[in-house]
Design a protein around this ligand. Structure first.
Ligand SMILES: [Zn+2]
Ligand SMILES: [Zn+2]
Length: 253
């Protein structure tokens, strides 16, 4: 199945290896018609994330690529961080205008604003591989993600159920209501596979992304084939499996 755009890639502005230019050129080489540069958000250590200053430098580089390469749509996105049980993320209201769309997910190196969030949200996530979360914990995490979707114009929820375990059906239902897409992340495709039944029981839109940290991985959707084989009904649900432009949720509070 052909995927036409890769809407989640990293550069050296966060923890990716290479430049905006190299990701764009890699996407063109893959025959994509769209690519997004989506480096990590503001709550991560500065060395591995965007700062507001770095984001404005990056914006200029992206504008340059756009004028050089009219054959591909180049988006400036950000991968923001969910920071706690209230669903808050590391974006100020005015930050949203500076990006074409916002991806959000859980990242263990982000720093929560309140110490309580560390104990109630981060710590259990670190150990979720070993300690099965209780039903109450899953309920709380699910609410964190639905609150995030309700409070912020998040266009894509990245790698749902990576470390923070939710009820994927509830999150998907909420995402469908608000026009937020759920990601099929090529680096975490097994996690998506486990959440598949719940997600497919809703109307939520899905988007396949590589989460590439090197140009070689940009547009490499090879892990998707096995998933599609096991669940062919996914095909009609993946928005970037069509050439049509995607209507990303944005700006509205
Ligand atoms: Zn991520
Ligand atoms: Zn990422």
């Amino acid at each position: 199945m052909k995927i036409y755009g890769d809407y989640h890639t990293h550069t050296y502005f966060s923890d990716g290896r290479r430049s905006v230019r190299e990701n764009v050129e890699a996407a063109i080489k893959r025959g994509l018609n769209a690519v997004a540069i989506s480096d990590h958000g503001f709550a991560n250590p500065d060395r591995y994330s965007l700062t507001r200053k770095k984001a404005s430098e990056q914006r200029l580089l992206i504008a340059e690529e756009r004028s050089k390469h009219p054959e591909i749509a180049v988006f400036h996105a950000i991968e923001a961080d969910i920071l706690g049980l209230e669903g808050n993320i590391d974006m100020r209201p005015e930050d949203f205008e500076n990006f074409d769309f916002v991806i959000a997910g859980f990242h263990r190196f982000a720093t929560p604003r309140r110490p309580a969030d560390f104990f109630t949200f981060y710590l259990p996530a670190y150990f979720s591989f070993a300690v099965k979360p209780s039903r109450d914990a899953i309920r709380r995490n699910t609410r964190a993600f639905t609150q995030m979707i309700k409070r912020y114009p998040v266009a894509i929820v990245a790698h749902l159920n990576d470390m923070v375990i939710t009820d994927p059906k509830e999150v998907a239902k909420c995402a469908a209501d608000y026009g937020t897409l759920l990601e099929i992340n090529m680096k975490h495709i097994d996690i998506f596979g486990r959440a598949l039944d719940g997600i497919l029981a809703t109307d939520v839109g899905l988007i396949a992304n590589t989460d590439a940290h090197t140009p070689e991985k940009v547009g490499d959707f090879s892990p998707l084939a096995a998933l599609i084989e096991s669940a062919p009904e996914l095909k009609g649900r993946i928005v970037n499996a069509s050439e049509n432009a995607i209507n990303f949720r944005k700006y509205r509070y």
